[in-house]
Write a protein that binds this ligand. Structure first.
Ligand code: AHG
Ligand code: MN
Ligand code: MN
Ligand code: MN
Length: 335
């Protein structure tokens, strides 16, 4: 009925965060305002993505190479700047660290101690941008723990358990924001006619076992034998289905709802794998644990890994508890 529909349309992201935090105490206002800025960034990126092909200088490469050694997409840079602009005026975040910036970006006027640090992957899966397939943004919020003059963000080199909040935005047929502030996982859908993220699902839990395995089998012969043994197992057993989009956020979102496991193992070329700990694996691990799933390096919980540097990489095995345990059992056998 109308009232229920109206009430749902009014369950916006900022109201939802406040409701959560009021029962939770803490800095409800701050985190609610912070999530609102994340939502603003999501709207700005979504708006550009859905017209990218029609706008000059929006698709394609900048010609630059980033600190990861990757060719930078124009959309990577635009989205990186969107988060900086959204948080400059927020008064909440005094430092941003991103896949696309070698060093953190400081906002000195926001920098009394006790403010927040935002770590983010502005466009995840940017190889999908020019072919109009899903991409995402990933974000992680930590408490500013002190001013580090080195600019190396040494106080950021903490395990994922120190995260206050984390989530992602999936730019797909609809633009969907999934977040947790440590009290369950909740999803919102952008209603462009309202310009609001409206509640879609609350307290999302991942099935303890699922059919999906998501991995780039092109790397099969670059892995340790134990990962090859695991893939041979799923090839031989009924009930598994391979799904891999080349964009982590989309692959994880499928697994969050249908159950299964995503893997990015180390390779002979990159023994620590490709995915970055602080703004890809750790925020997704936070979400997965909140949804009743798991995230592992193959031998250790992602949330316990202490990074040596800002752009540290780790192997990633993430998803349903049973599926992750099965992968680990193959690694255990060979260890
Ligand atoms: P990003 O676009 O932020 O650099 O991340 C790309 C990542 C991740 O999204 C995806 O799962 C993975 O790269 C795909 O890597 P491969 O092409 O090596 O499979
Ligand atoms: Mn990249
Ligand atoms: Mn990424
Ligand atoms: Mn990226």
């Amino acid at each position: 009925d109308h009232e229920r529909a109206l009430d749902r349309d009014c369950t916006t992201l900022s109201r939802h965060v406040l409701e959560q935090l009021n029962s939770f105490g803490g800095d409800a206002q701050d985190l609610s305002a912070l999530m609102n800025r994340i939502a603003l960034a999501g709207k700005l990126i979504s708006r550009r993505l859905c017209r990218a092909g029609l706008m000059a200088d929006t698709l394609g490469f900048t010609g630059e190479t980033n600190v990861q050694g990757e060719s930078v997409k124009r959309m990577d840079l635009y989205a990186n700047q969107v988060f900086i602009s959204a948080f400059k005026q927020s008064g909440l975040v005094c430092r941003l660290a991103s896949e696309e910036m070698e060093h953190p970006y400081y906002i000195p006027e926001n920098c009394p101690i006790g403010r927040y640090t935002l770590l983010y992957d502005p466009i995840d899966g940017s190889s999908n941008v020019d072919i109009n397939l899903n991409v995402g943004s990933i974000f992680s919020i930590r408490q500013q723990e002190g001013i580090d003059e080195t600019g190396e963000a040494l106080d950021l080199l903490q395990p994922g358990r120190k995260q206050l909040a984390a989530g992602y935005i999936l730019y797909g047929p609809s633009t969907l924001l999934v977040y947790s502030i440590g009290k369950g996982v909740h999803a919102f859908i952008l209603d462009p006619s309202l310009g609001e993220f409206v509640l879609f699902a609350e307290d999302i839990t991942i099935p303890t076992h699922g059919p999906v395995y998501s991995v780039n089998e092109g790397n099969f012969w670059q892995w340790e034998e134990s990962y090859r043994d695991y893939i041979r197992y799923v090839h031989r057993h009924e009930g598994y289905t391979g799904r891999y989009s080349g964009a982590l956020v989309g692959d994880i979102h499928r697994i969050l709802f249908q159950g299964g496991v995503f893997l990015y193992p180390g390779t002979t070329k990159d023994p620590l794998g490709k995915l970055r700990l602080l703004y890809e694996s750790a925020p997704l691990a936070f979400l997965m644990e909140q949804a009743g799933g798991r995230a592992s390096t193959g031998t250790q919980d992602i949330m316990d890994v202490v990074p040596e540097k800002l752009h540290a990489r780790t192997p990633l095995v993430i998803g349903s508890k049973d599926n992750v345990a099965l992968v680990e059992s193959f690694i255990g056998e060979r260890a």
